[in-house]
Design a protein around this ligand. Sequence first.
Ligand SMILES: *[C@@H]1O[C@H](CO)[C@@H](O)[C@H](O)[C@H]1NC(C)=O
Ligand SMILES: *[C@@H]1O[C@H](CO)[C@@H](O)[C@H](O)[C@H]1NC(C)=O
Ligand SMILES: *[C@@H]1O[C@H](CO)[C@@H](O)[C@H](O)[C@H]1NC(C)=O
Ligand SMILES: *[C@@H]1O[C@H](CO)[C@@H](O)[C@H](O)[C@H]1NC(C)=O
Ligand SMILES: *[C@@H]1O[C@H](CO)[C@@H](O)[C@H](O)[C@H]1NC(C)=O
Ligand SMILES: *[C@@H]1O[C@H](CO)[C@@H](O)[C@H](O)[C@H]1NC(C)=O
Ligand SMILES: *[C@@H]1O[C@H](CO)[C@@H](O)[C@H](O)[C@H]1NC(C)=O
Length: 686
Amino acid sequence: MIFRGSHLILMIFFVHLIFISSQKEETGFIYNGFGQADLSTDGVAKILPEGQLQLTDGSGQKMGHAFLKKPFEFTSPESLSFSTHFVCALVPKPGFIGGHGIAFVLSASMDLTHADATQFLGLFNISTQGSSSSHLVAVELDTALSAEFDDINANHVGIDVNGLISIASTPASYFSEIKGKNESISLLSGAPVQVWVDYGGNVLNVSLAPHKIQKPSQPLLSRSLNLSESFPDRMIYLGFSGATGTLISYQYILGWSFSRNRESLQTLDVTKLPRVPPHKARNERPSTLLIVLLILLAVILFLVLGAAFAYRRRKYAEVREEWEGEYGPHRLSYKTLYKATKGFHKEGLLGKGGFGEVYKGTLPSHGEIAVKRVSHEAEEGMKQFVAEIVSMGTLKHKNMVPLLGYCRRKGELLLVSEYMPNGSLDQYLFYDDKPPFSWRRRLIIIKDIASALSYMHTGAPQVVLHRDIKASNVMLDAEYNGRLGDFGMARFHDHGADPATTAAVGTIGYMAPELVTMGASTATDVYGFGAFLLEVTCGRRPVEPALPEERRSLVKWVCQCWKMASLLGARDPRMRGEISAEEVETVLKIGLICMNAVAELRPSMEEVMQYLNESLKLPDITPNSPGIGSFVPLIMGSYPLPASPTTETLSASLYSSSSANDSTFVTHSIVYGHGREEERSTTKLF
Ligand SMILES: *[C@@H]1O[C@H](CO)[C@@H](O)[C@H](O)[C@H]1NC(C)=O
Ligand SMILES: *[C@@H]1O[C@H](CO)[C@@H](O)[C@H](O)[C@H]1NC(C)=O
Ligand SMILES: *[C@@H]1O[C@H](CO)[C@@H](O)[C@H](O)[C@H]1NC(C)=O
Ligand SMILES: *[C@@H]1O[C@H](CO)[C@@H](O)[C@H](O)[C@H]1NC(C)=O
Ligand SMILES: *[C@@H]1O[C@H](CO)[C@@H](O)[C@H](O)[C@H]1NC(C)=O
Ligand SMILES: *[C@@H]1O[C@H](CO)[C@@H](O)[C@H](O)[C@H]1NC(C)=O
Ligand SMILES: *[C@@H]1O[C@H](CO)[C@@H](O)[C@H](O)[C@H]1NC(C)=O
């Protein structure tokens, strides 16, 4: 029996031992980093690879919770005691004020997902705040001052029971044994802070100390509290909560140790804890690098933009003066023209002349256009010229090429007119690539041009001279109607030169003899029109240096034919279709009358119109009448001759200008003087 009894006692002893040892195993834990911890997290809380428990991640208005999955249970109110030690670090987000704070939480429930962030610290919401049914006790490390919860400052420790109005709170500090006084702790310094919470005998103590400093002998907060009242189920979930608002921190728990009694609490070895993730350092380096990169980028951007701007300025540069204001509607920007002609692309080149180049283009507002680029040196007289061409642009006649506008650049003038699809008349007269016109067509064009010129001389608000009438300046529209173009170009070439030398500019063979001495007049235009009549009828230019001498001058040749009683014989042999001999002869005679060497004997354009429609009888003339068929243009007696240029260059200049298919403008002076045959046609004084 005794043996049995002793057996039983032994058994009871062993069972008790096992019970105690299993109890003991459950009394506490230690986490030097949370890599292996059995935690339940919610919100933004998570365990980082290095083992730190991150409660909030630097985003605003967020909270995070982490709870031990297994609750802490106690058997009776008297037996409830514990000790815990944890290390936290609160790192303000760079550029932000840190906040709001963290709390060590004792809660009847793990579910705090309905709580609010910001000053509620992820513990309560507006309806659970202050309610005894919350069953929640917390030790807060509050880094924001919330006046509504009677906070004392933005760096304090408090004990909260079922609400955020702390039952006890004090500024974060510790008693320094070395200095013998309280030292404040900045919770938001980013450095690790040690916290101890001890409960026993209905007293809750809280202590704080910086990293690597031992637990102070006296607690920072000591408050009597019947903790079991808050947990009637005798079951407590232990964990942490962190929250941010507009005040943002990264909030970390680096290590945590817990025990049912103070004596068995395992001390955290601060050297074994994971480090605080380096936010400052990580943000600083890229930021300086970023600033340097940004500055570099800005400089590059600035240079590129500057270069682009300068290029654009150069590319689209114009000359624009104050007086041009009144011609506003006629002033077109170079950019517009540049775009209209696709950058003055070769494909759009319509022709090249003594003036410059003509390009085809398209303007949204006007449709197809022709842009003439005229280079010039002198700015002097430009104002008058622009005034003149703009006033011509306002002339409206169905047989004139409408001038739409102009643009000025340095050394260049751009004239914009309507595009004439069928080119200029000379192409149909002098070259073989286009079929020669019938007499009917030629007569219509002659009448068109007579009508336009008559309008310019008498119909327009003021007398306007054309100054350079010739087949190459007569354009043909889609229906092959004649349109007079290129007004005033001769005038343009006048400008900038010495006034004494500007009298005679035009095209050889079309220039009236008195042009040099008297300057341009309606009579000189009529002379040019006479030359035009002859060239259209005869299909050749007024002067052809390559022909035998007796045929070189057209006007002389026509008179010659007339003298030989075959005026009709002077006509263009290529002329197609029916030819009215009477009409041809009339037109030739009108041409001769218009080209009378004596200006006073020439008819007006109005009279020419009437001759052409036979409402006025032609004056009786013969090839021997005064001034008729004369091609000795000028009497230059008293004008001095220059020492240079030499006669050779002058005659060369004459030759080249008259052989250049008529489109070349005579821009330079040809001196009449030595009676040489090549110089017979035109002259210019120095
Ligand atoms: C507050 O939280 C409780 C549960 O904790 C929830 O039932 C309630 O709806 C929440 N109230 C508000 C206003 O969010
Ligand atoms: C230090 O602070 C504690 C708690 O706030 C206080 O009780 C104590 O008197 C302070 N000691 C000194 C030396 O200021
Ligand atoms: C709390 O601190 C006081 C000293 O202020 C101490 O007497 C008491 O034992 C402490 N209680 C616990 C549970 O640590
Ligand atoms: C603490 O509260 C519990 C439950 O309300 C109660 O049973 C116990 O007596 C209280 N202890 C003290 C010391 O008041
Ligand atoms: C003249 O213009 C019309 C209309 O644009 C066109 O159809 C015709 O082919 C042109 N004629 C010549 C010879 O270019
Ligand atoms: C001839 O032309 C003139 C001038 O344009 C005009 O006044 C006259 O009416 C015309 N006569 C005929 C018969 O067409
Ligand atoms: C003149 O016209 C001929 C064709 O008749 C052409 O071959 C030559 O290139 C032209 N000359 C000029 C300067 O335009």
